[in-house]
Ligand binder design. Structure first.
Ligand code: ATP
Ligand code: MG
Length: 605
């Protein structure tokens, strides 16, 4: 009996997969396993030492596109379960389909798994594998199944096969080729392999039960003829194994213990077990065999995750590319500023269960805030700038003088240090922090005016955060009536941080940056890519609910402490939300920030 190793940190919410693993560890289900240091058949592993990994999981992407937020959940699940229970997680490219797979995707997937913080190297051994490296074994296993009478070559047309498969209500009908002798099937299989037959002329099928209530067990196809160049094996093969046959073999050769997948594969589990049991009986695969477990995929609202649809968004130019900050791809989310930690928090908070459902996009935003709140340095930024001129500067402070101001990099964390900037006679404020004719309850700047009863009202007083209290005295407008400048005076003895500075009553606090030292910045503001929570639900074309206002670009100003910001640096712009320096376009002399998400809390007073 072995016990789970002590867990670190607060207890994690349990889930059915942890329960399964704990049960297997307690029962010693996998205790006698051996691992020869690399994938292989029964004889290979039998010659190896006992497996030091208590469990083995794997993340098995097909390299036919970019990873998305749903994959992050699968990566998190497989790698974190392995880590938690003293196991190892493999990264396996499930590249058995020659048609759509490319090196570009292989590289991008590796980069994203690493970015999420995971490593497939354990004890100096890299557990990065390609399913296509197992083609030889898969073929040898197919011959063994044929010789044992468990598989046959079917020469029916695709149409005949489909008709004879039956449906949910009707049992299937045996193929006329089903009764052929093993020797004849073996000869045909070898002809298929040797390229003597045209694509689609025949297939190899498992011989199970054409009347099974599970259609996946009605003699599923295990090999097909397909003349296509494979990114790894080139033109060596003209027959390729089907996913449902290949996947259990890949797991078994790698000595995977817990093969975790999404619910769509539940009906395939009996065939998964069928393949492994038969090949283990034939002595080809080592026992104990892997087991498949299914969980509900992550569905996040306001996005689509099907690779086909993501590709459409890129190819039809609804977005700028795979890494457009509005894309739910991992490259897009990274560029938008989402952190690995926030994606892992989302994965954890979305739960691991058998019940599907939709997770609101807001859960991802909440996870990002929770991650960045304690660590993203604060900064003042003005996104829609309006000039504020302090008309008594020369008298109060002195012409040409600047007042040094400080603010905490992280509130409540003095050890994180201070930001420094200066106040001068002209500052940028947000356009909507001024109203010439303020609505009721307006807490920001407004000029002196006369109320409906004829009484004179003074201009409003607000604090320029970390600076001074100012009182609005007026504004200037252009010919079109647009406000071009606001004027105010400093209120004496109200400098932030000086004794008595708080004695003066103000309407509120506003953000600002000095016109003399602010850094001009392009700021990209994003909203949901789709207006509908479930863009691809039902029959509707998801392109019909694209949000036309999903991106807005403004020219703003940020405080001078951001002059040295590096690509990927993240900040909280006070009041505006969390921002990241764009990893592609931000450069010395050209500041470009993406808004990751707004702040949930209202502007702190
Ligand atoms: P798509 O359907 O968009 O092509 P896929 O599921 O075919 O995606 P794979 O590369 O085969 O993509 O997926 C690799 C792994 O990621 C699989 O184990 C799959 O179950 C898992 N996965 C894919 N999408 C999600 C999701 N939304 N939630 C959780 N896991 C997922
Ligand atoms: Mg797939």
């Amino acid at each position: 009996m072995s016990e789970a190793p002590p867990k670190e940190g607060p207890p994690k919410p349990s889930n059915f997969l942890r329960a399964v693993i704990e049960r297997d560890l307690a029962a010693g289900t996998y205790a006698g396993r051996r691992f020869a240091g690399s994938p292989g058949d029964a004889a290979h592993h039998r010659a190896g030492p006992p497996d030091g990994a208590r469990i083995r999981t794997r993340f098995p992407p097909e390299p036919n596109g970019y990873l998305h937020v749903g994959h992050a959940k699968s990566i998190w699940l497989n790698f974190s379960l392995a880590a938690e229970y003293g196991g190892i997680c493999h990264l396996r490219f499930d590249d058995t389909n020659p048609e759509k797979e490319e090196q570009e995707y292989v590289d991008a997937i590796e980069e994203m798994v690493r970015w999420l913080g995971y490593d497939w190297t354990a004890g100096g051994t890299s557990h990065l594998y390609y399913a296509s490296d197992y083609f030889d074994f898969m073929y040898r296993a197919a011959e063994a199944l044929v010789e044992a009478g468990h598989a046959y070559v079917d020469e029916q047309s695709a149409d005949q096969m489909r008709i004879n498969r039956g449906d949910f209500a009707t049992p299937g009908t045996d193929s006329p080729f089903r009764g052929r002798a093993p020797a004849e099937n073996l000869a045909r299989l070898r002809e298929m392999r040797d390229g003597l037959h045209a694509d689609g002329a025949m297939v190899l099928r498992a011989k199970i039960d054409m009347a099974s209530p599970n259609i996946n067990l009605r003699d599923p196809t295990i090999y097909r003829i397909r003349r296509a160049t494979h990114h790894n094996t080139g033109d060596r093969w003209c027959i390729y194994p089907m996913y449902a046959y290949a996947h259990p073999i890949e797991d078994a050769l790698e000595q995977i213990t817990h093969s975790i997948c999404t619910l769509e594969f539940e009906d395939q589990r009996p065939f998964y077990d069928w393949v492994l049991e038969h090949l283990a009986d034939l002595g080809l695969l080592a026992r104990p065999l892997p087991k498949q477990y299914e969980f509900a995929r992550l569905n996040l609202t306001h996005i689509v995750t099907s690779k086909r649809k993501l590709r459409q968004l890129v190819e039809e130019r609804f977005v700028d590319g795979w890494d457009d900050p509005r894309m739910p791809t991992l490259v897009g989310l990274r560029r938008r500023g989402y952190t690995p930690e926030s994606l892992k928090l989302l994965a954890e908070r979305s739960g691991v269960s058998k019940a599907g459902g939709w997770i609101d996009y807001g859960v991802l935003e909440g996870a990002l805030r929770d991650d960045l709140d304690p660590k993203a340095p604060r900064a003042l930024a003005v996104l829609e700038p309006l000039k504020l001129r302090l008309t008594n500067w020369a008298d109060e402070i002195g012409a040409g003088q600047r007042l040094p101001c400080t603010a905490p990099r992280l509130p409540g964390r003095p050890e994180a240090g201070q930001r420094e900037f200066t106040l001068g006679p002209e500052v940028w404020i947000e356009r909507d922090d001024f109203a010439e004719d303020p609505p009721k309850g307006f807490h920001r700047l407004s000029p002196p005016r006369t109320d409906p009863g004829g009484a004179a009202l003074p201009g409003s007083r607000v604090r320029l955060k970390y600076g001074y209290v100012v009182e609005c005295t007026g504004c200037t407008k252009d010919a079109a009536g647009q406000v071009t400048e606001v004027q105010a005076v400093l209120v004496p003895d109200t400098r932030s941080g000086t004794p008595g500075a708080d004695k003066v009553k103000t309407k509120g606090v506003i953000g600002w940056v000095g016109a003399h030292d602010a850094v001009a910045a392009e700021v990209r503001l994003f909203d949901r890519l789709f207006t509908d929570a479930q863009p691809d639900a039902g029959e509707r074309d998801f392109r019909e609910c694209l949000n036309p206002a999903s991106r807005r670009v403004v020219q703003g100003f940020v405080e001078p402490s951001l002059a040295g910001a590096q690509a990927d640096d993240k900040f909280q712009f006070e009041r505006h939300g969390y921002f990241v320096a764009d990893r592609i376009d931000h450069a010395p002399g050209r500041a470009v920030f993406n808004r990751i998400t707004t702040l949930k809390e209202s502007w702190a007073r």
